[in-house]
Write a protein that binds this ligand. Structure first.
Ligand SMILES: [Zn+2]
Length: 287
């Protein structure tokens, strides 16, 4: 037996970090500790236990297997208030799953599922909103954008003192306007679609995009499984203004240096410069 290292790969940005493990068919989980959530939960690595929100893109096992464990283990550790935002149609089946686990374990772990459809907002905390959007996969699926919300003083009030502003507020004036700063957009598993038309995706600082297949003869597999092939990227990335584009969910069938080469051959220079892989060679490749 060959022992493979298992470790999340970390990407550090100014305001937040992302730590994930994402290999097609095996496991997909990306934890955003400062943003108190994880995108999918994979097999629930211990790092995922620390965040209070699970954003589940769809019900395939490599994305959801760890969800009952997440609730059970947090209960065991005395951490409460976990919530999973899930595609609406999955609430019933996931409740049944928790009930079945309860029969296996002797009690049902406290849990909370919030069913979501595309185009909804969920306030994760006062300054952070999760915005859902419909994605295209073989089963009901969602993408998620994390949008920072700031309330900025309206320009016409900028010269006022604190007490003057308080006085205006007391009169019922609204003195601020809302500014939205999209931080991360996660597409989950998806076939090609025009996500650049969603401003919270196109303008997110970081785009987490799957690209499962790279080999020329894997295009058919991508179509059949409703996944992206490297040849789909130029169209799907057109109009995306993200600082960083992070590729997830690459199949183990592909060698990463080959994948990088085909990215370089496929993308224009400006886009290529912004792209990186979530997983490094060390964790994805057979030696
Ligand atoms: Zn899937």
């Amino acid at each position: 037996m060959r022992i493979r290292p298992y470790k999340l790969n970390e990407v550090k940005l100014d305001q937040f970090s992302l730590a994930g493990y994402s290999v097609a068919g095996e496991e997909a989980v990306i934890v955003a500790p400062e943003l108190d959530c994880c995108f999918d939960i994979g097999k629930c690595p211990r790092e995922a236990l620390t965040v209070n929100h699970v954003l589940l893109s769809h019900g395939h096992m490599d994305h959801v297997a760890g969800l009952p464990y997440y609730f059970a283990q947090r209960d065991f550790q005395g951490i409460s208030d976990g919530v999973a935002l899930v595609p609406k149609g999955l609430v019933g089946p996931l409740e049944e799953l928790m009930t079945a686990w309860g029969r296996v374990e002797g009690h049902v772990a406290p849990h909370r599922f919030v069913g979501m459809s595309g185009g909804e907002d969920y306030e994760l905390r006062r300054d952070l909103v999760v915005r859902t959007f419909a994605t295209v996969h073989t089963t009901e699926s969602l993408g998620f954008s994390l949008v920072e919300v700031r309330n900025k003083l309206k320009q016409e009030y900028e010269g006022l003192t604190g007490p003057e502003i308080v006085a205006l507020k007391e009169k019922g004036e609204s003195v601020t306007h809302r500014i939205e700063l999209p931080l991360v957009a996660y597409l989950g598993d998806t076939a090609p679609a025009n996500y650049a038309e969603l401003p919270h995706v196109a303008e997110a600082q970081v785009l987490l995009i799957e690209c499962t297949f790279f080999d020329g003869d894997h295009a058919g597999r991508a179509r059949a499984g409703k996944h992206l092939h490297v040849s789909d990227l130029p169209a799907i990335l057109e109009g995306m203004r993200n600082e960083r584009i992070i590729i997830c969910h690459v199949t183990r069938r592909t060698n990463l240096s080959q994948a990088r080469k085909s990215l370089r051959d496929t993308l224009d220079g400006d886009t290529f410069k912004r792209v990186s892989f979530l997983m490094s060679r060390q964790y994805i490749e057979e030696e």
